[in-house]
Design a protein around this ligand. Structure first.
Ligand code: AP5
Ligand code: MG
Length: 204
């Protein structure tokens, strides 16, 4: 299995690049943001609770997102590997992820960290807020809170994986294609090194 974390602040392009990466490598995309928005759309108790935090730009409590990821891992026993987008976001989530993968006799191969200036992040999210309908995009104050939460609670998560020598920084500014190529350049050699257990089966 090849499991990677696409890491970066709000608006750094995690979702955009995830779509391209899962198509190329046949990975299962696990975005906690998307999973939470789906719970909100279905008006589940979890979604109703999570919305209170998301609308303010704050992180949803750890136990909620860890439970969702645990469930999603169990739901996909035949996956070639997982692409984690927007998870883990706290030290506790990082430890929980390692434990969950360990139970499945697998591990994180690499964390790819998108590097984008704060000015560019705000510009992208304000622009998306004009059309996305995402309640956390259409207020600049909420966007700033999301970035603050990231700097305070999420950025340190990279240190956890740096200790295991698993972090690769990638410039997250430029065209979508340029950034995708830079990500592929980091993934391909690692994937080769990890064979034979990472054979890609597009039918899975
Ligand atoms: P989540 O859904 O994860 O959102 P986010 O991290 O705030 O980031 P975005 O999804 O907005 O940005 P992105 O990096 O995916 O970039 P994108 O490709 O969309 O989380 C939302 C909320 O859910 C959190 O605030 C929290 O409350 C909660 N939550 C989620 N996970 C959690 C967790 N693990 N723990 C606790 N709480 C959690 O691109 C952004 C924009 O830029 C788009 O318009 C795109 O078209 C554009 N763009 C992309 N690439 C480029 C480029 N190269 N040049 C120009 N524009 C570009
Ligand atoms: Mg996203």
């Amino acid at each position: 299995m090849f499991n990677l974390i696409l890491f970066g602040p709000p608006g750094s392009g995690k979702g955009t690049q995830s779509e391209k990466l899962i198509a190329k490598y046949y990975l299962k995309h696990l975005s906690t943001g998307d999973l939470l928005r789906s719970e909100i759309a279905r008006k589940t108790p979890l979604g109703i609770e999570a919305k209170k935090f998301m609308d303010k730009g704050q992180l949803v409590p750890d136990e909620v997102v860890i439970g969702m990821i645990s469930y999603a891992l169990d739901e996909n026993p035949d996956a070639n590997g997982f692409l984690f987008d927007g998870f883990p976001r706290t030290a506790l989530q990082a430890q929980a992820l390692d434990k969950l993968l360990d139970l499945k006799h697998t591990f994180i191969t690499v964390m790819l960290a998108l590097d984008v200036s704060e000015e560019e992040l705000v510009k992208r999210l304000v622009k998306r807020g004009e059309t996305s309908g995402r309640t956390d995009d259409n207020n600049e104050q909420v966007i700033r809170t999301r970035i603050l939460e990231y700097n305070k609670k999420t950025a340190p998560v990279a240190e956890y994986f740096k200790k295991a020598n698993k972090v690769a920084m990638v410039k997250g500014e430029g065209t979508v294609e340029e950034i995708f190529s830079a990500l592929v350049k980091e993934i391909d050699p690692r994937m080769k090194k990890q064979k034979p257990s990472t054979d890609i089966n597009p039918n899975k």
